[in-house]
Write a protein that binds this ligand. Sequence first.
Ligand SMILES: [Zn+2]
Length: 358
Amino acid sequence: MWPRVLMVGLVAWFACGCAGQNSAASAARARGFDKKIIWVWGPTRKTPADAVRETDLCRSLGYNVMVIDGPPQYIKDILPIAHERKMQVWVLVSWYGEWGFPKLVPNVPKDMVQQFPPDELAGLAKQTNPDKPVHPGPFLCFDRPEVRKYAAELAIATVQTYHPDGLAVDWVGYRNYRACHCAYSNQQRARYASEHPDLSPEQAQRDYSLTSMAAVYEVVRQAAKAADPNITIGCHVYPQFDPEPLCGNRFAVDYPAQTTAWFFQPFWPMEKVAENARTTKATEHKYHDYVTGTGFIGMTMEKPNIKSPERLRQEIRTIKAAGLKAICFAGDGFYADPALAQVISEEIGGTYRAPAAK
Ligand SMILES: [Zn+2]
C-alpha cells in the first residue's frame, strides 16, 4: 500500500428489458461485495472518540472491515467499538522500515536488509515511473530464514496482543520490484537456477522471487492460525512484482488485495482496470481454494492525484462487473470527502448521504 491502495447477476442485468432495467441494475449492485475493506491510516487518530467517529463513518459508507494501524492503545480501543457496530478489524503487520523495522526490531543486523548493486541502487533513489514510488527502505530480506522467523513472531504477537479478526500484511516485496541481491539471496538464487536448468536466468530469478514471497506468506499464515485458528489473513500485494504483477493468488492469504486501480496520475486506463479485475477473478482459485479475489483501489487527496467521484464510481463498478466478491480501498482519508463518500456508499451498499449543497 502506498503512500502513507457474478456473472449471474450481470447476465440478468444485461438480459432484462428496458422496463426492468433500473430495478435489475440496483439488485445486481446490492448483490455485489461480501467483504468491503477500508485501509484506515491511523497515526493521527488517538482517542476512543476518534475510534467511534472513524468506525461510524466507515460503517455508514458500507464497509465491513477496517484495516488499522497506529498507537497500540488506539488499536485496543477500536476493537470493541467496531465489534459493537458489526465491523471487523484487521491489524496491519508490516516489517517495512517506516512502520515495522527498525522500530520493532532495533537490533536487526545490516545484512538482513535487502541489498542491490551500486548502479541499480542509484536508479532506485530516483522516481522515473509514476506508477513506482521510490522507497527509502530499509526492506528486510525475507528470502532469509531469520526474517521469516521474525515475520512469524510478529504475526503471533499481533494476534495475541490484540485478538483482532484479521491480520493485514503489507510490504512483502522487493524494493527494486524484482529480487534481492544480498549475498544470501544471490547464493540461494544460484542454487535454484542450478536445480532448474531448463529455466532461463530471467525465469529462474522470477520463480525464485515468487517462491520466496509465497513462503513468507505461508509462514505468517501458519503462525497466525496457530495463535487463532479463526484469524483471517489479508494483504496488499505490494510492492508490485514486475515479472508477474497479478500474483496475489499464489499467496497463502484469504483476501489478497490485488492492485486494480493505482493511486497516481496518469490514472490507469479503464481497460487496464477491467483487465486486472477480470484476471484477478478468473485466477482467484488457481493456487488456493480459500483465496477470495480482491480488487484494490488506491486513493489520495494529494493533488494532482485526486480522483473525481465519477472516476471512483467507474473503478468500483468495473471491479464489481468482473464478479469479484471483495474490494479494498486505501488512501489518506479520502472517504471523509462528502462527494467521494456518497459514491462509495451508493456503490457498496452504505447508508451515508452527503449533506445537501448550500
Ligand atoms: Zn537478500
